[in-house]
Design a protein around this ligand. Structure first.
Ligand SMILES: Nc1ncnc2c1ncn2[C@@H]1O[C@H](COP(=O)(O)OP(=O)(O)OP(=O)(O)O)[C@@H](O)[C@H]1O
Ligand SMILES: [Mg+2]
Length: 247
Protein backbone atom coordinates (compact mmCIF):
# COMPACT_ATOMS: atom_id res chain seq x y z
CA UNK A 1 0.00 0.00 0.00
CA UNK A 2 1.40 3.35 -1.04
CA UNK A 3 0.00 6.78 -0.30
CA UNK A 4 1.03 9.52 -2.72
CA UNK A 5 0.39 13.24 -2.25
CA UNK A 6 0.41 15.50 -5.31
CA UNK A 7 1.41 18.87 -3.89
CA UNK A 8 2.53 22.29 -5.02
CA UNK A 9 1.40 25.54 -3.43
CA UNK A 10 1.51 27.10 -6.86
CA UNK A 11 -1.94 26.98 -8.49
CA UNK A 12 -2.76 25.49 -11.86
CA UNK A 13 0.30 23.25 -12.21
CA UNK A 14 -1.66 20.04 -12.77
CA UNK A 15 -2.09 18.57 -9.28
CA UNK A 16 -5.73 17.71 -9.82
CA UNK A 17 -5.31 16.57 -13.42
CA UNK A 18 -2.46 14.31 -12.34
CA UNK A 19 -4.30 12.83 -9.36
CA UNK A 20 -7.35 12.01 -11.48
CA UNK A 21 -5.42 10.71 -14.50
CA UNK A 22 -2.92 8.56 -12.59
CA UNK A 23 -5.73 7.27 -10.36
CA UNK A 24 -7.92 6.15 -13.25
CA UNK A 25 -4.94 4.66 -15.09
CA UNK A 26 -3.97 2.64 -12.02
CA UNK A 27 -7.54 1.48 -11.35
CA UNK A 28 -7.95 0.27 -14.93
CA UNK A 29 -4.79 -1.75 -14.54
CA UNK A 30 -6.34 -3.55 -11.60
CA UNK A 31 -4.94 -1.55 -8.69
CA UNK A 32 -7.39 -0.69 -5.93
CA UNK A 33 -7.27 3.09 -5.75
CA UNK A 34 -8.67 5.71 -3.37
CA UNK A 35 -8.59 9.35 -4.48
CA UNK A 36 -8.72 12.02 -1.77
CA UNK A 37 -9.77 15.59 -2.59
CA UNK A 38 -8.37 18.03 -0.02
CA UNK A 39 -9.16 21.21 -1.92
CA UNK A 40 -12.13 23.51 -1.23
CA UNK A 41 -12.33 24.17 -4.96
CA UNK A 42 -13.36 20.48 -5.20
CA UNK A 43 -12.02 20.20 -8.75
CA UNK A 44 -11.09 16.53 -8.36
CA UNK A 45 -14.55 15.77 -7.03
CA UNK A 46 -16.08 17.68 -9.95
CA UNK A 47 -14.35 15.43 -12.46
CA UNK A 48 -16.19 12.38 -11.11
CA UNK A 49 -19.41 13.67 -9.53
CA UNK A 50 -21.98 15.93 -11.16
CA UNK A 51 -23.48 17.34 -7.99
CA UNK A 52 -21.94 18.95 -4.90
CA UNK A 53 -21.72 16.56 -1.98
CA UNK A 54 -23.27 17.22 1.43
CA UNK A 55 -20.69 15.28 3.39
CA UNK A 56 -17.05 15.76 2.51
CA UNK A 57 -13.52 15.27 3.77
CA UNK A 58 -14.17 18.40 5.85
CA UNK A 59 -16.58 16.52 8.09
CA UNK A 60 -13.92 13.89 8.75
CA UNK A 61 -11.00 16.26 9.31
CA UNK A 62 -12.86 18.76 11.46
CA UNK A 63 -15.94 16.98 12.83
CA UNK A 64 -14.46 13.49 13.21
CA UNK A 65 -17.06 11.86 10.94
CA UNK A 66 -15.93 8.62 9.27
CA UNK A 67 -14.39 9.12 5.82
CA UNK A 68 -17.07 9.50 3.14
CA UNK A 69 -16.18 6.94 0.46
CA UNK A 70 -17.90 7.31 -2.90
CA UNK A 71 -17.59 4.44 -5.37
CA UNK A 72 -16.69 5.76 -8.84
CA UNK A 73 -15.98 2.67 -10.93
CA UNK A 74 -14.29 -0.73 -10.55
CA UNK A 75 -11.25 -0.37 -8.27
CA UNK A 76 -11.79 3.37 -7.83
CA UNK A 77 -13.24 5.21 -4.81
CA UNK A 78 -13.22 8.91 -3.98
CA UNK A 79 -13.25 10.90 -0.76
CA UNK A 80 -14.96 14.05 -2.04
CA UNK A 81 -14.49 17.66 -1.05
CA UNK A 82 -16.83 20.62 -1.07
CA UNK A 83 -16.73 24.33 -0.36
CA UNK A 84 -16.63 23.68 3.40
CA UNK A 85 -13.00 22.68 2.97
CA UNK A 86 -12.17 26.33 2.32
CA UNK A 87 -12.71 26.89 6.05
CA UNK A 88 -10.64 23.92 7.11
CA UNK A 89 -7.38 25.84 7.59
CA UNK A 90 -9.01 28.18 10.12
CA UNK A 91 -11.06 25.47 11.84
CA UNK A 92 -8.20 23.05 12.22
CA UNK A 93 -5.88 25.45 14.04
CA UNK A 94 -7.78 24.74 17.25
CA UNK A 95 -7.80 20.97 17.01
CA UNK A 96 -5.76 18.46 18.98
CA UNK A 97 -3.09 16.72 16.87
CA UNK A 98 -4.28 18.71 13.89
CA UNK A 99 -1.34 17.75 11.68
CA UNK A 100 -2.02 14.00 11.90
CA UNK A 101 -5.75 13.84 11.31
CA UNK A 102 -5.63 12.70 7.70
CA UNK A 103 -3.00 10.12 8.56
CA UNK A 104 -5.27 8.71 11.27
CA UNK A 105 -8.33 8.67 8.99
CA UNK A 106 -6.51 6.94 6.12
CA UNK A 107 -4.98 4.36 8.45
CA UNK A 108 -8.49 3.01 9.03
CA UNK A 109 -9.18 2.33 5.34
CA UNK A 110 -5.81 1.73 3.75
CA UNK A 111 -6.01 -2.07 3.96
CA UNK A 112 -8.67 -1.88 1.24
CA UNK A 113 -6.44 -0.14 -1.30
CA UNK A 114 -3.18 -0.54 -3.20
CA UNK A 115 -2.81 3.21 -3.75
CA UNK A 116 -4.20 6.28 -2.05
CA UNK A 117 -3.70 9.43 -4.12
CA UNK A 118 -4.15 12.81 -2.44
CA UNK A 119 -4.90 16.01 -4.35
CA UNK A 120 -3.62 18.98 -2.31
CA UNK A 121 -4.90 22.55 -2.33
CA UNK A 122 -2.59 25.28 -3.69
CA UNK A 123 -1.18 26.26 -0.29
CA UNK A 124 1.33 25.10 2.28
CA UNK A 125 -1.00 25.35 5.25
CA UNK A 126 -2.25 22.82 7.73
CA UNK A 127 -4.27 20.89 5.14
CA UNK A 128 -1.25 20.29 2.92
CA UNK A 129 0.82 19.44 6.00
CA UNK A 130 -1.78 16.75 6.77
CA UNK A 131 -1.16 15.36 3.29
CA UNK A 132 2.63 15.49 3.75
CA UNK A 133 2.38 13.53 7.00
CA UNK A 134 -0.12 11.01 5.61
CA UNK A 135 1.91 10.27 2.47
CA UNK A 136 4.66 7.77 1.75
CA UNK A 137 5.54 9.67 -1.41
CA UNK A 138 5.37 13.39 -2.11
CA UNK A 139 5.21 14.19 -5.81
CA UNK A 140 5.47 17.75 -7.07
CA UNK A 141 4.09 18.60 -10.51
CA UNK A 142 5.86 21.60 -11.98
CA UNK A 143 4.38 23.64 -14.84
CA UNK A 144 6.97 24.27 -17.51
CA UNK A 145 5.98 27.93 -17.86
CA UNK A 146 7.70 29.70 -15.01
CA UNK A 147 11.01 29.03 -13.33
CA UNK A 148 9.81 26.96 -10.38
CA UNK A 149 12.90 26.50 -8.28
CA UNK A 150 12.22 29.34 -5.85
CA UNK A 151 8.78 27.89 -5.15
CA UNK A 152 10.34 24.49 -4.59
CA UNK A 153 12.47 26.01 -1.82
CA UNK A 154 9.27 26.94 0.05
CA UNK A 155 8.16 23.30 -0.07
CA UNK A 156 11.63 22.16 1.03
CA UNK A 157 11.46 24.57 4.00
CA UNK A 158 8.15 23.16 5.21
CA UNK A 159 9.48 19.60 4.87
CA UNK A 160 12.60 20.59 6.79
CA UNK A 161 10.40 21.66 9.74
CA UNK A 162 8.40 18.43 9.51
CA UNK A 163 11.57 16.35 9.79
CA UNK A 164 11.30 16.84 13.57
CA UNK A 165 8.25 14.56 13.55
CA UNK A 166 8.99 12.46 10.43
CA UNK A 167 12.71 12.24 9.88
CA UNK A 168 12.72 10.78 6.35
CA UNK A 169 10.18 13.14 4.79
CA UNK A 170 11.22 14.48 1.39
CA UNK A 171 10.10 15.27 -2.12
CA UNK A 172 10.32 11.85 -3.74
CA UNK A 173 9.10 12.73 -7.22
CA UNK A 174 9.02 15.74 -9.52
CA UNK A 175 7.53 15.89 -12.99
CA UNK A 176 7.09 18.61 -15.57
CA UNK A 177 3.56 19.39 -16.77
CA UNK A 178 2.06 21.59 -19.49
CA UNK A 179 5.18 21.08 -21.59
CA UNK A 180 5.24 22.69 -25.03
CA UNK A 181 8.38 21.94 -27.02
CA UNK A 182 7.81 25.03 -29.19
CA UNK A 183 8.48 27.29 -26.24
CA UNK A 184 12.10 27.83 -25.31
CA UNK A 185 11.21 28.73 -21.74
CA UNK A 186 9.65 25.27 -21.35
CA UNK A 187 12.89 23.61 -22.33
CA UNK A 188 14.98 25.71 -19.95
CA UNK A 189 12.55 25.06 -17.09
CA UNK A 190 12.67 21.33 -17.77
CA UNK A 191 16.46 21.38 -17.89
CA UNK A 192 16.66 23.28 -14.61
CA UNK A 193 14.25 20.85 -12.94
CA UNK A 194 16.14 17.81 -14.27
CA UNK A 195 19.43 19.19 -12.96
CA UNK A 196 18.13 20.25 -9.55
CA UNK A 197 16.03 17.12 -8.95
CA UNK A 198 18.18 14.62 -10.83
CA UNK A 199 17.58 11.86 -8.28
CA UNK A 200 13.80 12.01 -8.20
CA UNK A 201 12.61 13.56 -11.46
CA UNK A 202 10.41 11.34 -13.65
CA UNK A 203 11.47 10.69 -17.26
CA UNK A 204 7.96 11.39 -18.46
CA UNK A 205 6.82 14.95 -18.90
CA UNK A 206 3.18 15.81 -19.48
CA UNK A 207 2.72 17.77 -22.66
CA UNK A 208 0.35 20.68 -22.95
CA UNK A 209 -2.69 19.26 -24.64
CA UNK A 210 -6.11 20.76 -25.16
CA UNK A 211 -7.91 17.50 -24.28
CA UNK A 212 -6.47 17.69 -20.78
CA UNK A 213 -8.07 21.09 -20.28
CA UNK A 214 -11.37 19.95 -21.77
CA UNK A 215 -11.70 16.59 -20.00
CA UNK A 216 -12.88 17.96 -16.60
CA UNK A 217 -15.93 19.56 -18.22
CA UNK A 218 -16.86 16.25 -19.84
CA UNK A 219 -17.61 14.51 -16.54
CA UNK A 220 -14.75 12.04 -16.61
CA UNK A 221 -11.04 11.54 -16.85
CA UNK A 222 -8.81 11.99 -19.89
CA UNK A 223 -9.11 8.26 -20.61
CA UNK A 224 -12.82 8.58 -21.35
CA UNK A 225 -12.62 11.95 -23.05
CA UNK A 226 -9.66 11.32 -25.39
CA UNK A 227 -8.18 7.95 -24.55
CA UNK A 228 -5.76 7.85 -27.46
CA UNK A 229 -4.50 11.44 -27.40
CA UNK A 230 -1.24 12.84 -26.11
CA UNK A 231 -2.64 13.63 -22.68
CA UNK A 232 -3.72 10.03 -22.11
CA UNK A 233 -0.44 8.69 -23.51
CA UNK A 234 1.65 10.90 -21.22
CA UNK A 235 -0.33 10.05 -18.12
CA UNK A 236 -0.12 6.33 -18.95
CA UNK A 237 3.65 6.64 -19.21
CA UNK A 238 3.86 8.54 -15.92
CA UNK A 239 1.64 5.94 -14.26
CA UNK A 240 3.94 3.15 -15.46
CA UNK A 241 6.92 4.93 -13.92
CA UNK A 242 5.07 5.45 -10.64
CA UNK A 243 4.01 1.78 -10.51
CA UNK A 244 7.59 0.75 -11.25
CA UNK A 245 8.99 2.96 -8.46
CA UNK A 246 6.51 1.94 -5.81
CA UNK A 247 6.13 -1.81 -6.39
N1 LIG B 1 -0.97 19.13 -19.63
C1 LIG B 1 -2.01 19.99 -19.71
N2 LIG B 1 -2.37 20.53 -20.91
C2 LIG B 1 -3.41 21.38 -21.00
N3 LIG B 1 -4.16 21.76 -19.96
C3 LIG B 1 -3.86 21.27 -18.75
C4 LIG B 1 -2.78 20.36 -18.55
N4 LIG B 1 -2.73 20.02 -17.24
C5 LIG B 1 -3.71 20.71 -16.65
N5 LIG B 1 -4.41 21.46 -17.53
C6 LIG B 1 -5.52 22.37 -17.25
O1 LIG B 1 -5.00 23.46 -16.52
C7 LIG B 1 -5.84 23.83 -15.45
C8 LIG B 1 -5.11 23.62 -14.13
O2 LIG B 1 -4.85 22.23 -13.94
P1 LIG B 1 -5.16 21.52 -12.57
O3 LIG B 1 -6.52 21.90 -12.09
O4 LIG B 1 -4.85 20.09 -12.71
O5 LIG B 1 -4.06 22.23 -11.67
P2 LIG B 1 -3.96 22.30 -10.08
O6 LIG B 1 -2.51 22.36 -9.75
O7 LIG B 1 -4.76 21.24 -9.46
O8 LIG B 1 -4.65 23.71 -9.82
P3 LIG B 1 -5.10 24.30 -8.37
O9 LIG B 1 -3.85 24.71 -7.71
O10 LIG B 1 -6.02 25.44 -8.70
O11 LIG B 1 -5.79 23.20 -7.64
C9 LIG B 1 -7.09 22.98 -15.60
O12 LIG B 1 -8.04 23.69 -16.34
C10 LIG B 1 -6.60 21.76 -16.37
O13 LIG B 1 -7.63 21.18 -17.11
MG1 LIG C 1 -6.30 21.37 -8.05
Amino acid sequence: MTTIAFCNHKGGVGKTTSTASVGVAMARQGKRVLLVDLDGQANLTGIFLQDDVEVSIYDSLVEKAPLPLVHIEDNLDLVPSNLNMSAAEAKMTQLFQREMRLHTLLAKVKANYDYILIDCPPSLGIVTINAFLAADEIYVPVAAEILPLKGMMMIENVLEDLREVKSDIKISGVFVTRFDARKNINKSVEEAVRTQYEDVVFNTHIRDHVSLSEAPGSGGSIFDYDGKGRGAQDYLALTQEILERTK
